[in-house]
Design a protein around this ligand. Structure first.
Ligand code: PAP
Length: 344
């Protein structure tokens, strides 16, 4: 097995592990045919993103680029036994979780401003998406951390992840804030020209479950149910709890990832340093996140600052009417009934 190079961007990581093979980056011969066939028969909806349709595949909605990555990942991705996958639906705290996971694993470099990748690299570039980076960008600059991320729903994870039983961390967020964050993001990033996607239309689609990687509630419940079944394998986090009790959850995360903080690190305040490094305030003010760009796909390049909007709990209050709030709460209550799960 040929190992991937050990460089990410121009920065050298402190923590190394050889994990990925080039084989995982190759597109199988029959891929284009399979993809065309799925696209031509899948239910589709063209209302959300205004310039591309969403396609429903195995119960969840994807843009064509993501759908291609999902299919390739399912066909090809071979996880390594000690990989840790950071899982989330869009707009639930992915960027933050990537930064925290990366900082925890890479903490030997924390104080070294010339070596700490998070200071000069967008978190999405530090932790690759399995359905994007490995198959679509085909970059050979893979980090050698055993850390990956995905927006895939639990039931659509590649078989190798389920069968190897590697560890997963999931983060969820209160649906009203997820919707508002998504609406702003799509409005900023994807709308044609200056056209703003109407809030009411977006709301209606989100409530119907038609949103990227949605239905959101099913995404959450898939991981929630799996975390009840395999608590030692899946750590379930909530954005709001991470906000209100960061030290507690960062310690849980480090322990779960197999690198708990030592007494010495505790005394040196490493937990607090990681929280500060990864805080919204700090990350959003870094030059790379103010001015850099993240090419999710060749055709979709997003300004890094679009991933750092407000980072607050309850921002939905500035957008949704009382009627919308009640409607979304009713859907949430209905969807979660009997699951034992509640959002914060
Ligand atoms: P993605 O799925 O497109 O990667 P994701 O990172 O999951 O997006 O979500 C973005 C949200 O996380 C934004 O929320 P907002 O729109 O309500 O503001 C973003 O501001 C927030 N966010 C990004 N980084 C942090 C952070 N370090 N701490 C807290 N929230 C953050």
């Amino acid at each position: 097995m040929e190992n991937a190079p050990s460089q990410i961007s121009t920065t050298k990581l402190c923590f190394h592990k050889s994990s990925y093979s080039y084989e995982t980056c190759q597109e199988p011969e029959n891929f284009q045919q399979t993809f065309k066939q799925i696209i031509s028969t899948a239910p589709k909806n063209g209302e959300w993103t205004m310039f591309t349709d969403l396609f429903q595949y195995r119960g969840f909605w994807y843009t064509p680029n993501f759908l291609g990555g999902v299919i390739l990942a399912q066909q090809q991705f071979k996880v390594q036994p000690n990989d840790i996958i950071l899982c989330s639906a869009p707009k639930t705290g992915t960027t933050w979780l990537k930064a925290l996971g990366f900082a925890i694993m890479n903490r030997a470099c924390l104080d070294d401003s010339t070596k700490n990748p998070l200071l000069v690299t967008m978190p999405h570039e530090c932790v690759p998406y399995l359905e994007v980076d490995f198959f679509q960008r085909k970059t050979t600059q893979y980090p050698e951390l055993p850390l990956l991320a995905t927006h895939l729903p639990y039931t659509s994870l590649p078989e190798s992840i389920a069968s190897l039983g590697c560890e997963l961390v999931y983060i969820c967020r209160e649906p009203k804030d997820v919707f508002v964050s998504l609406w702003h993001f799509i409005g900023n990033v994807k709308a044609k020209g200056n056209e703003k996607f109407p809030l009411e239309k977006a709301f209606d689609l989100f409530c119907q479950g038609i949103s990227p990687n949605g239905p959101y509630w099913e995404h959450v419940l898939g991981y929630w149910n799996a975390s009840l079944r395999w608590p030692e394998r899946i750590l379930f986090l909530k954005y709001e709890e991470l906000k209100s009790e960061a030290p507690l959850h960062v310690r849980r995360l480090a322990e779960f990832m197999g690198c708990p903080f030592s007494l010495e690190e505790e005394k040196e305040g490493v937990v607090e340093k990681i929280i500060e490094l990864c805080s919204f305030q700090n990350l959003s003010n870094l030059e790379v996140n103010k001015t850099g760009k993240y090419p999710i796909f060749a055709s979709v390049v997003v300004e890094n600052n679009k991933y750092f909007r407000k980072g607050e709990v309850g921002d939905w209050k500035n957008c949704l009417t009382e009627e919308m709030k009640e409607h979304l709460d009713r859907i949430t209550e209905h969807k979660l009934r009997g699951s034992g799960f509640t959002f914060c």
